[in-house]
Every structure is written in structure tokens, then in C-alpha cells.
Design a protein around this ligand. Structure first.
Ligand SMILES: O=C1O[C@H](COP(=O)(O)O)[C@@H](O)[C@H](O)[C@H]1O
Length: 254
């Protein structure tokens, strides 16, 4: 079901998280193939969190039937937890296991935020990631995929947190994250917004209120205009398109 939005975001409501994942995977594979056919080497930003598991497994399942040349896709993360290598909290490890290793995306095209074994501080890790983005010329991301927290956080940009106000930088070191683990590296709003396509991937009743608040801020369809400090999700938007991939439960308050 597609709910017509009064302004730019497209809102897709799927039966459940599996149907949502199938839609996202199909859209991603088609977008990557189109970008390559147009001569681009697409760079994408993956999300972590609960939805990543099901979406990444579905991309791996559908990838063999697609036209995508995975030697010409570059992978980043919108955020990462600053933890030791092999920690179950690593967003990158989840994506490698469910998707990147299954497809065989080569390490040279996969850019992880450094771990605590590679950098002494989260500031060093953020600086190293910013340097990697600059060196790779990742000025524009083809697709940025973002989960949404129940508090409407995106990547590791949390309500009321100083990271929301960072300007003139592509990455930020996050301390005292309200969701564990406390130290993280996040792309800033500026970096997340340098995209062709921005997709929110959201499932579950626990996210329904956050979805409603974010879309009220975005579309003006109801409620007061949301402030980015309360609802960080309103700070990101798509260059060519913004799509909200929802399941019925997360869309239940729209
Ligand atoms: O910690 C994180 O949280 C968000 C949302 O995750 P969820 O488990 O509540 O679905 C995620 O988008 C982000 O990448 C992750 O690091």
C-alpha cells in the first residue's frame, strides 16, 4: 500500500518487516544497476539496528539475480559503535555476515569505522573515517539507508545531543549515547544529506510514534513542525528522493 504524501517523501507501507526488506532489496539492486549503467560507481551507506538484519539478508538473497557489478559498489556506514573488533555491537560485522561476505564484496570497497583496536579514542576514529571519506571522494552517496530509533534518532544522532549541531564536518565522535554502547561515530547531517536517495527503513510498533512525529515534521500533514533537536529524523532528506519503507506496525499512527 502506498499512502500519498502531501509533499516529497514517498511512504510505502508493507505487511511486515520481511515484505519491507524485499521491497528495499529490490529497490536497492535496481538503483545500483541503473547508477552503474549511467557510468557511476555507486557509494552507499548502510544502517545498523534491528531492521538491518532482515534487510541485509534479503539483499544477499536477491543479489544473484540482479545486474549489479559488486566490484563497482563502495560501502560505508551511516554510524558505527566504537567497540572492540568482533563485538556483537559492531554494525559492520552484522552487515559482513549477512550480506557483504555472502555476495563477496571485496574489502577494498568496504569502509569500516575503526575499532578500539585501531584507534585510541572515538575522536581519532571519527577523524580517520572523515579522512577515508575524503580520500575516496565520497562527495555524494547514491543511497543512504537509515533506521529510526523509538526516540526518532537516525544514525547515531540522538535527541538533545551536541552531535546534532556539528557543522563543517562529515563525521562526529559521539559520547554518552543514550542507547548502549555509549561511544559511537556518526556521519553528520551534512554528510548524510549529500545523497541522491535517502531511505528510512522502519518496522515495529515501538517505532510508530517516532515515525508519526518525523513525518508530521516533514510533511506538515499533522502536528507541529518538529525540531531537529527533538526529532533528529527531520534533519535528513533525499537529494532526488526520500522514501519511508514502513511495515504496518510502524505506520500504525499515521
Ligand atoms: O544504534 C543504532 O540504532 C538505530 C536504530 O536501531 P534499532 O535497533 O532501534 O532499529 C540504527 O539506525 C543505528 O544504525 C544503530 O547504530
Amino acid at each position: 500500500m502506498t499512502i500519498p504524501a502531501s509533499s516529497s517523501p514517498r511512504i510505502e507501507v508493507h505487511e511486515d518487516d520481511r515484505a519491507l526488506a524485499t521491497a528495499v532489496a529490490g529497490e536497492l539492486l535496481s538503483r545500483l544497476a541503473d547508477a552503474q549503467a549511467a557510468g557511476r560507481v555507486p557509494q552507499i551507506a548502510l544502517t545498523g539496528g534491528s531492521i538491518a538484519e532482515v534487510v541485509h539478508r534479503e539483499i544477499a538473497r536477491l543479489a544473484p539475480g540482479s545486474e549489479v557489478d559488486w566490484t563497482r559498489v563502495v560501502v560505508w556506514w551511516g554510524d558505527e559503535r566504537f567497540v572492540e573488533p568482533g563485538s556483537p555491537d559492531r554494525n559492520a560485522d552484522q552487515a559482513r555476515e549477512a550480506f557483504l561476505s555472502v555476495i563477496g564484496v571485496s574489502d577494498e570497497n568496504v569502509h569500516e569505522v575503526p575499532t578500539t583496536a585501531e584507534c585510541a579514542t572515538v575522536e581519532e576514529a571519527a577523524a580517520a573515517y572523515a579522512e577515508a571519506l575524503a580520500t575516496a571522494g565520497a562527495a555524494e552517496l547514491e543511497v543512504v539507508m537509515l533506521g529510526l530509533g523509538p526516540d526518532a534518532h537516525v544514525a547515531s544522532l540522538f535527541p538533545g545531543h551536541p552531535a546534532l549541531d556539528v557543522r563543517g564536518a562529515t563525521t562526529v565522535a559521539v559520547h554518552d549515547s543514550p542507547k548502549p554502547p555509549p561511544e559511537r561515530v556518526s556521519l553528520t547531517f551534512e554528510a548524510l544529506n549529500r545523497n541522491r536517495a535517502l531511505w528510512f527503513l522502519v518496522s515495529g510498533e515501538g517505532k510508530a510514534e517516532a515515525v508519526a512525529r518525523a513525518l508530521a515534521g516533514r510533511t506538515g500533514a499533522g502536528g507541529e513542525a518538529a525540531d531537529v533537536h527533538d526529532v533528529p529524523a527531520v534533519g535528513v532528506t533525499g537529494g532526488e528522493e526520500t522514501i519511508w519503507f514502513l511495515d504496518r506496525a510502524s505506520a500504525s499512527r499515521l
